[in-house]
Design a binder for this molecule. Structure first.
Ligand code: ADP
Length: 370
């Protein structure tokens, strides 16, 4: 649309057009100072009185990276070109907004730049939607990566015990077919089958637990428990098939009463002691100490195993995480400590770890005293 300057009401019409535009329209002097601004632009920029900003350098309103973009756009317009950018700039009252900006020159009748025109469109809503989309995409990508990592671990962890189970079962079958009388060998084979079946069972159990945590569906049956007894009982179970590791237990002189779910706390103990054994391939001592503190019962489990690299200490309670120094040496899905920490959290307790790679690890569980 063009307006002939001869029309008597053209100035008014231009004014109306500018004021009713949904953009922030500014007329700048050739050196980039604010000369005029439309009414709607004042609202968008939350400027109560144009006098407060009149004559101010337009680029100075742009902070951060936007400042550089504004300078470049201004220079382009001063040379008769179109300067365009998107940037973040706060209003006079400090509301941060995203703008799509076009800066052009307004020529005089000889075609020489006389004024500059800066038109900024508020695209904050658009940017927010874009950022939310990006965030959602990132979350989805992370979830897919986690799922893929999990699938790889689960497949690997399930495949090994299954292969062993199948092999040993076939072997047992062949021996039985031959009516072999060496019963010891059958018992050994059955032990292997049992151990592998237990590995699958524990992995599947951990997977169930994780889905329960995710759905907030883990049910705990709280009762009064003496942690001394519980730890003694679990240690006895481990001692039954431990020759390589010495499990030393030092319990508190008085009952260590806590309110907890017996089965879940047993699971915590099996996990932590199991790890101490698994990650001490050369054997050694595993020391368990229970102490009654004024408000907590503390259980400390110390091993002399491979330890945890300092860089891994912050991550070992994350699901699927395994430190670099164990990757090939031992089986595991990186789920045990995640499950342990979730169970302890649900008992209002905490778990801490200290470790030196090559020397051993210390896990400390603190549970509220009853
Ligand atoms: P998994 O043992 O199945 O890999 P966990 O969640 O139980 O999974 O442990 C996570 C990681 O923490 C292990 O892979 C290992 O790197 C490290 N870790 C846990 N306990 C010990 C320990 N006692 N000694 C050394 N490293 C350990």
């Amino acid at each position: 649309m063009s307006i002939s300057p001869q029309q008597p009401n053209s100035d008014m019409l231009v004014q109306q057009l500018l004021d009713n535009s949904v953009d922030c329209i500014k007329i700048l002097t050739l050196d980039g100072r604010l000369h005029a601004m439309n009414q709607y632009g004042l609202c968008l920029m939350e400027i109560d009185d144009f006098c407060n900003v009149e004559g101010g350098e337009w680029v100075s309103f742009w902070p951060g990276v936007g400042h550089g973009y504004a300078i470049a756009a201004l220079q382009l317009a001063q040379q008769g070109n179109v300067g365009r950018f998107q940037g973040e700039c706060p209003t006079a009252k400090g509301t941060l907004k995203w703008w799509d900006v076009v800066v052009t020159a307004v020529p005089d009748i000889d075609g020489k730049p006389q004024w500059l025109l800066a038109v900024s469109r508020d695209i904050s809503e658009l940017k927010r939607a874009e950022q939310a989309r990006e965030q959602a995409l990132q979350t989805a990508e992370t979830a897919i990566k986690e799922r893929d990592a999990f699938m790889a671990i689960a497949a690997h962890e399930l495949k090994n015990p299954l292969t062993a189970l199948l092999g040993q079962t076939q072997l047992l079958r062949r021996r039985l077919v031959k009516a072999d009388q060496q019963l010891d060998r059958h018992v050994q084979t059955l032990d292997i089958i049992l151990a592998q079946a237990n590995r699958i069972n524990s992995l599947v159990g951990q997977l169930f637990d994780i889905s329960r945590f995710d759905q907030e569906a883990l049910e705990l049956n709280f009762s009064s428990i003496d942690l001394n007894h519980l730890v003694q009982h679990v240690v006895e179970e481990f001692r039954l098939d431990q020759q390589k590791h010495a499990l030393l237990l030092s319990i508190a002189p008085e009952p260590s009463l806590i309110l907890g779910d017996k089965l879940r706390l047993e699971q915590v103990l099996f996990n932590l002691i199991g790890n101490a054994i698994k990650y001490s391939p050369n054997g050694g001592q595993i020391q368990l100490t229970i102490e009654n503190q004024p408000t907590t019962v503390n259980l400390v489990i110390t091993d002399q195993g491979i330890g945890i690299p300092a860089s891994a200490l912050d991550s070992i309670f994350d699901r699927f995480y395994r430190a670099k120094n164990v990757e090939t040496a031992t089986h595991g899905g990186g789920l045990g400590l995640f499950v342990v920490s979730e169970i302890i959290k649900r008992h209002n307790g905490t778990i801490q770890v200290e470790s030196t790679e090559g020397q051993g690890s210390m896990f400390k569980v603190m549970l509220p005293r009853q």
